[in-house]
Write a protein that binds this ligand. Structure first.
Ligand SMILES: Cc1cc2nc3c(=O)[nH]c(=O)nc-3n(C[C@H](O)[C@H](O)[C@H](O)COP(=O)(O)OP(=O)(O)OC[C@H]3O[C@@H](n4cnc5c(N)ncnc54)[C@H](O)[C@@H]3O)c2cc1C
Ligand code: SF4
Length: 507
């Protein structure tokens, strides 16, 4: 364990982000460097409680061996800590930065004291590993002769590719976008995850033998018609190539769909056709593209009054991006009530605490404009249009969640109607699932939430040998869950192929 009395001696002390005033001036990562001794002290707080809920189902979805690496960090054994970390997590440099850390919500110390700073320690271990040159490509000793195609290069596709390659199968990852990484590349913005880190990991996978093909759409030509892809093409990018599933299955022994849940939820209220209303993903994708190309983004919040409708990570990332572009003002609408400050009695430990949190972008907005941008229990009723068809405001009404009304879980509060002037609106109300056209064209069954039906642990869709994992199977989720599903689908494909080869050996 860490230090026997460490949890009594040392208070929790998370590694701070860079100061708001500094980080708002750039798109560099928000994280400040961590002092190794500080992290050793924080690792010493781990009680090695015997039943580590942090690495159980309620805690870390990839079952990271948290008490083991906490202790190794405390002992100054960083190399060994890295090996234990990589044993369960293919990409700790991503989760160490962007994971909401359900492990900390389930930490046993957290029942009576603030939890161990698990996520900080994870990030420090992997960052040190890269600095020291300890992270190397892992190629298989021997090839199986099987070929597997993976569609989609987000964390689920990348984790599946890594594991399948290690198992000896020849893996090709097909991605319809121009860069590899899925939402790690276009979605999560630069300041939360530097794109060089994504490229560095992809390079390692390439060196280990994984093939990557970009701008290639698997299964459906229509899938290219999501807003952000259309816009990329309008900006003069090459048309994306197309490979039918029949062609893929002719060339490969199995196909893993890791195509994400990219169908954005719309807000079909009056005035929706006004210009200046964009899906969050369109905005965030263009912003990252423009940073790559060192040119201003074609959707730019500079000098504009911005409204973000919807919360979560995506809403916060729109706020953080608009602030960095120099917006004139920013407000955020949340339909739900403000969460409580403390766990409610029906949300006990070790469940994920459903409490109000301030993400990096909320404190940044407060720093710049003096107040939290979030406004709760607000229903958007219509967009107001100017003479040129441009959005000039949003009309809202407050809702009362304690009083359901006909057909709605809330009622509108009379007299609470309000107009909010704006020049730009970003819609960040989540995703409804994978694009329907892909499922239709493949003739795949979907579940009740319109995700691809492919039950764990075999992850097989209704059409063998097509497997599915990540957001397209479980619905919009987290990077750490995508990594877990990528690892598990790889195991399922490996079992499937080995069984098939045993059958053909007998025949
Ligand atoms: C703005 C934003 C911020 C987020 N922030 C966080 C965060 O801070 N922490 C966190 O844990 N999670 C966060 N998430 C959620 C997280 O990014 C996702 O849960 C995760 O990326 C899902 O991984 P995936 O591999 O299943 O799919 P994705 O990452 O969505 O990747 C799917 C890939 O498949 C490609 N594709 C789709 N169709 C085809 C096709 N037919 N052929 C070829 N390629 C195709 C897509 O272009 C895409 O690159 C965020 C999500 C968003 C949108
Ligand atoms: S991946 Fe997430 S849940 Fe798991 S240890 Fe890291 S921060 Fe915690």
């Amino acid at each position: 364990m860490g230090k026997v009395t460490g949890f009594k001696e040392f208070p929790r002390s998370a590694v701070p982000y860079r100061a708001e005033a500094e980080r708002l001036g750039d798109f560099d990562e928000i994280f400040s460097g961590a002092d190794p001794e500080h992290l050793q002290t924080q690792g010493a707080r781990c009680m090695d409680c015997g039943v580590p809920f942090c690495q159980s189902e309620e805690g870390c979805p990839v079952d990271n061996l948290i008490p083991e690496w906490n202790d190794l960090v405390y002992q100054d054994e960083w190399r060994a800590a890295l090996d234990r970390l990589h044993a369960t997590n293919n990409f700790p440099e991503f989760t160490g930065r962007v994971c909401p850390a359900p492990c900390e919500g389930a930490c046993v110390l957290g029942i009576t004291e603030p939890a161990v700073t698990i996520k900080n320690i994870e990030q420090a271990i992997i960052d040190r590993g890269f600095e020291e040159g300890w992270v190397e490509p892992v190629a298989p000793r021997q090839r199986s002769g099987f070929k597997v195609a993976v569609a989609g290069s987000g964390p689920a596709g990348l984790a599946a590719a890594d594991q399948l390659n290690r198992a000896g199968h020849a893996v090709t990852v097909y991605e319809r976008a121009d860069r590899i990484g899925g939402l790690l590349m276009y979605g999560i913005p630069m300041m939360k995850l530097d794109k060089h880190l994504v490229e560095r990991r992809v390079d390692l996978l390439r060196q280990a033998g994984v093939d990557f093909v970009t701008r290639t759409n698997i299964g459906t030509k229509a899938a290219v018609s999501t807003d952000h892809m259309i816009n990329l093409m309008e900006e003069g990018r090459d048309e994306t190539a197309y490979l039918s599933v029949e062609e893929v299955l002719d060339r490969y022994d199995a196909l893993v769909l890791a195509v994400g849940a990219t169908e954005a939820r719309d807000l079909p209220i009056p005035g929706r056709t006004a210009s200046g209303i964009h899906f969050a993903m369109e905005y965030l994708t263009r912003s990252t593209q423009s940073l790559y190309e060192k040119s201003p983004s074609s959707i730019n919040a500079a000098g504009k009054r911005v409204i973000v409708i919807g919360g979560g990570d995506t809403g916060a990332d729109c706020i953080g991006t608009a602030l960095r572009q120099g917006c004139q003002s920013i407000v955020n609408f949340e339909l739900l009530d403000r969460p409580p400050n403390e766990r409610a009695s029906n949300n006990p430990w070790p469940q994920w605490p459903l409490i109000v949190r301030s993400d990096y972008a909320h404190t940044e907005a407060k720093h710049r404009f003096g107040k939290d941008p979030r406004n709760y229990s607000l229903l958007s009723k219509s967009f107001l249009m100017g003479d040129q068809g441009e959005v000039r405001g949003v009309q809202t009404v407050e809702v009362d969640w304690s009083r359901p009304s006909d057909g709605a879980p809330f009622s509108e509060i009379e007299g609470s109607e309000r107009e909010w002037p704006c020049d730009l609106v970003f819609l960040s109300m989540g995703f409804t699932g994978p694009e329907g056209t892909l499922l239709d064209q493949l003739g795949l069954e979907s579940d009740s939430r319109s995700n691809i039906l492919a039950q764990a642990p075999d992850y097989l869709s209704s059409r063998a040998p097509v497997f599915a994992a990540g957001d397209c199977r479980r619905g919009q989720s987290l990077v750490v869950w995508a990594i877990r599903e990528g690892r598990e689908v790889a195991e399922a494909v490996d079992n499937y192929l080995r069984k098939r080869s045993e059958i053909s050996a007998v025949a």
